[in-house]
Design a protein around this ligand. Structure first.
Ligand code: SF4
Length: 221
């Protein structure tokens, strides 16, 4: 593929995103939650496991520990028993207790609605903070996970697509600079869903991908 101008790349990104919008008209957060605290804890629990598994344990968790104050002072072993199916249950139990205790003592049980405050909570990085901002507070947020990193690289939506260790913060900055803020949360959802359903890590299903006519990485049979 000849070197692509910035203007052409931007036009292609928007055209490809339009196709993703049509294919996935109503993307949604796959984690079940009823308030920002539940989403924050569920997002922390979702590391190294599936959202479906997280959804299978959180109803019981939040029924017994509905507030940061209660979860933050819980017996770690009782939490481990509930979240056991998620794997890494000891460290995850310790993480959500510490996080909840901090929310209770520093923020009076109220999840802060700013990036600057969210990332001061233990174990909360920009990815988790963006999930909470975008989905619980409807404040534009663009979480960069492994799917977003892979798909934006294959599509060459980002200039560092050759990098083997791309910087998530740089990805967030570059991709969000190309789309209006009101689109960021759904843009991330759609890239994640596309990565899960079609642009798989090992064998992308290019033959059945709606982006295969313009994607620079398309491998057609
Ligand atoms: S054409 Fe292939 S590599 Fe490109 S986005 Fe689609 S599945 Fe991924």
């Amino acid at each position: 593929m000849p070197r692509e101008s910035q203007r052409h790349r931007l036009a292609r990104m928007h055209a490809e995103y339009e196709l993703l919008r049509q294919q996935i008209p109503e993307p949604a957060c796959a984690l079940d939650f009823q308030n920002p605290f539940q989403l924050l804890v569920a997002t922390v629990l979702s590391a190294q496991t599936t959202d479906k598994r997280v959804n299978s344990v959180t109803p019981q968790l939040f029924r017994r520990y509905p507030t940061p104050g209660l979860l933050g002072t819980a017996d770690p072993e009782a939490i481990e028993d509930i979240i056991h199916p998620l794997g890494f249950f000891r460290s995850k139990s310790a993480h959500i207790i510490e996080l909840s205790y901090d929310l209770h003592t520093r923020f009076s049980d109220v999840v802060p609605a700013t990036m600057a405050q969210l990332v001061t909570l233990p174990g909360v990085g920009r990815k988790t903070a963006n999930v909470v901002l975008g989905n619980a507070f409807h404040i534009p947020g663009f979480p960069v996970d492994t799917h977003v990193t892979r798909v934006t690289g294959r599509l060459r939506w980002r200039t560092d697509w050759r990098s083997t260790h791309p910087d998530p913060v740089a990805i967030e900055r570059e991709i969000t600079s190309c789309f209006p803020p009101e689109e960021w949360t759904n843009l991330s959802h759609r890239l994640i869903l596309h990565g899960r359903a079609t642009c798989h890590a090992r064998r992308p299903d290019c033959a059945n991908c709606v982006l295969n006519e313009t994607c620079p990485s398309a491998e057609m049979p």
